[in-house]
Unconditional design. Structure first.
Ligand code: WTA
Length: 646
């Protein structure tokens, strides 16, 4: 595509940015030619080490063996808090903007340090030890960040579970990593509605014997049931605990957190990230990609339940001594101007959100944006899914008034931090392209046989060298780590995304090549949705695919075969939807259910999902070869009854 638009770096952006084009090229070259020298230097610049590290990096991707800064001792909460006290103790660390626009708060580095220390001490008083797992199931309130940092401080491994997940999904995650405690809130607030977090925890814990304590933040203040011996109030234990909580000296490779994410098959995997490499990479990417400078007010709209919240609300920004905004609400409450009102209210300079949110507010027209000022903004970012050029242009022209570069950042839960992205002062932008690799990142494009392709091409995105924040294992299942990521193309990390590389070396992510779907930036395995559907007694078989959706990016399309004699009614559709929502959570709402007497299968019984995807996407002229189907007539029936076929 040579007709694509290019937006060069404006001279004034380049001159004030931390990195311009020449510096990017020079640093990138060095980072690839001498990764050990480069990362050693950066690790000493961005972090404080209690004890210097020995070997900078050590890896063997075939074995899933990845190590950075071994022998070095540090603590992520120390890097995020203690070392800033002298120079920026009174600076705001977290700006909290509540769901209710009249509720907000500012927390300084000194206050945050005290809160984290008190909670860390209280957790130690409860007997929580280094290496034990603690589940965090919280609304987007500062206590969520405090809880993460307190775990990091005492060396407990946190596992944050998104507050939108159901009790069942929460239970699975707590059981898988045998958490010893849960930190939660009585209720969350989103769009004016209460979310019964604590009640969900109680349901989940009916079958989680590993949990000894539940720490509850009184956030909304309504009555909740109490289990003596198990339950403690956050405000009571932190008030009683010492404000002096010496940080645990962690090995660089000690685990920092587990975060569950969906794959092509089976249950969600516990992605494990470790200490030193993760801390460095989130800090350096945050600083250079968002061009973070003193005085900036930075806002990432993600939820801490996702990796974006971990890396770019909490760990990256705080390591850099930044001011980071946490927003409890949703873009449409009280009205669709909310994002821009918050930007004006707190004079946000850097704004990072998801394409799905941009498309949703774009659908409401320019009015709600244009009635706000947004003069404070100087940089915009996106993450989570490919951004369509139309949404990119709207974001650029209307929201950013052509003044703010957009960093379209490609990465994953597994990568820990951003790998492919523009740097605002260095990279000419092309709408829809994540552009170029970050320092130390060396992308390869493979053909389906796993052979590297050079130059402009299209294929599978892969990496043959690690970067510091690469995941280290699947918690409790190293074999699954190897089989999922390193077995498909031996010697490479297989990320599951396809991509195109153009004549300028720019990368265009074309989406997942596996059975993972991305619904409103939420990642889901089609297998998880199918397992939920077949729990219903009326369902014989189900096949789930993603299909293009104007706002969500992808919607969920379920083909369901019912038991003989069962009638496919609207009532049953509602029941199935309810079942999936209760098994997984509201994010897994089905957009389309098609009752199908038969599914397209090969003679060996394998469902040909390719065909189901094409029908759902209204691409019935491109079904490809259907001659290997056991019963080709199934396809015409599916097409005849497809409710969305255009
Ligand atoms: C997709 C979110 C295109 C991709 C940080 C990836 C993107 C998956 C982009 C990871 C982007 C993320 N352009 N696609 N800028 N960013 N993706 O683990 O398919 O929730 O594999 O991490 O989101 O989703 P995850």
């Amino acid at each position: 595509m040579s007709t694509e638009k290019v937006y060069p770096v404006p001279a004034e952006v380049a001159s004030r940015a931390l990195i311009d084009e020449a510096k990017y090229k020079e640093m990138y070259k060095r980072s690839i030619e001498d990764p050990e020298g480069f990362w050693a230097e950066q690790a000493n610049e961005f972090m404080t080490w209690f004890k210097p590290f020995g070997k900078v990096m050590d890896y063997d991707l075939k074995k899933g063996h990845i190590r950075f800064f071994e022998g070095g001792k540090t603590n992520v909460s120390y890097n995020c808090l203690d070392r800033h006290l002298e120079t920026r103790g009174d600076q705001t660390a977290i700006i909290f903007e509540g769901d209710d626009p009249n509720v907000d708060a500012k927390i300084t580095y000194r206050e945050l340090h005290e809160q984290v220390s008190r909670l860390g001490s209280a957790m130690r008083d409860l007997g929580i030890k280094k290496g034990e797992r603690v589940c965090i199931y919280m609304p987007m309130i500062p206590e969520a960040a405090v809880a993460m940092l307190a775990c990091a401080r005492i060396g407990a491994i946190h596992s944050v579970v998104f507050g939108g997940f159901s009790p069942d999904a929460l239970k699975d995650r707590i059981q898988d990593s045998e958490c010893c405690a849960v930190i939660t809130a009585d209720f969350g607030k989103r769009g004016g509605k209460s979310v019964p977090l604590r009640a969900n925890v109680d349901k989940a814990l009916a079958s989680c014997p590993s949990v000894r304590n539940v720490i509850t933040v009184k956030h909304v203040g309504e009555e909740i049931p109490w289990v003596d011996g198990r339950d403690v109030w956050y405000h009571e234990i932190t008030a009683a605990a010492s404000a002096d909580c010496p940080p645990e000296e962690m090995d660089s490779e000690d685990p920092l957190f587990i975060l569950y994410t969906s794959g092509s098959t089976g249950k969600p995997k516990g992605v494990l990230h470790s200490t030193g490499g993760y801390n460095l990479f989130t800090a350096i990417t945050h600083k250079y990609i968002f061009d973070y400078q003193e005085g900036d007010v930075y806002w990432c709209t993600a939820d801490v339940g996702w990796v974006t919240g971990h890396s770019y609300i909490v760990y990256g920004p705080l390591t850099n001594g930044a001011t980071t905004l946490m927003f409890e609400g949703v873009p449409s409450y009280p009205d669709v101007s909310r994002f821009w009102q918050v930007i004006d209210k707190h004079q946000v300079t850097i704004f990072y959100t998801a394409p799905t949110a941009i498309r949703a507010v774009m659908g409401q027209g320019n009015g709600p944006v244009e009635k706000t000022s947004r003069k404070s903004l100087r940089l915009l970012g996106t993450v989570g899914e490919p951004i369509n050029p139309e949404a990119w242009e709207w974001y650029y022209h209307i929201v950013g008034e052509e003044r703010c570069p957009i960093v379209d950042t490609w990465w994953q839960t597994e990568t820990g931090g951003i790998l492919i992205t523009p740097l605002p002062g260095a990279t000419a932008l092309k709408p829809g392209s994540a552009t170029l690799p970050f320092f130390g990142v060396n992308p390869k494009v493979l053909d389906t046989e796993g052979k590297e392709i050079d130059g402009p091409c299209e294929g599978i995105l892969a990496f043959d060298t690690p970067w510091p924040s690469m995941m280290r294992t699947v918690y409790g299942d190293h074999d699954r780590f190897i089989s999922t990521y390193f077995a498909t193309y031996p010697g490479y990390y297989f990320c599951g995304d396809g991509c195109r590389r153009d004549e300028d070396g720019y990368y265009w992510i074309t989406g997942r090549v596996d059975d993972v779907i991305n619904v409103s930036g939420h990642r889901m395995g089609t297998a998880e949705v199918e397992s939920a559907l077949v729990l219903h007694e009326a369902v014989a078989e189900a096949a789930v695919v993603g299909y293009p959706h104007d706002i969500k990016g992808q919607g969920i399309y379920a083909y369901v075969t019912l038991m003989t004699g069962v009638e496919g009614t609207d009532e049953l559709k509602k029941e199935l939807n309810k079942l999936v929502r209760s098994e997984i959570g509201p994010i897994a709402s089905l957009d389309v259910i098609q009752f199908a007497p038969g599914l397209p299968k090969t003679r060996s019984g394998k469902i040909m999902r390719r065909i189901l995807r094409k029908i759902a996407a209204s691409e019935v002229d491109a079904l490809g070869d259907t001659s290997t189907l056991a019963d080709p007539s199934v396809v015409s029936d599916l097409i005849d009854h497809c409710p969305v076929l255009k």
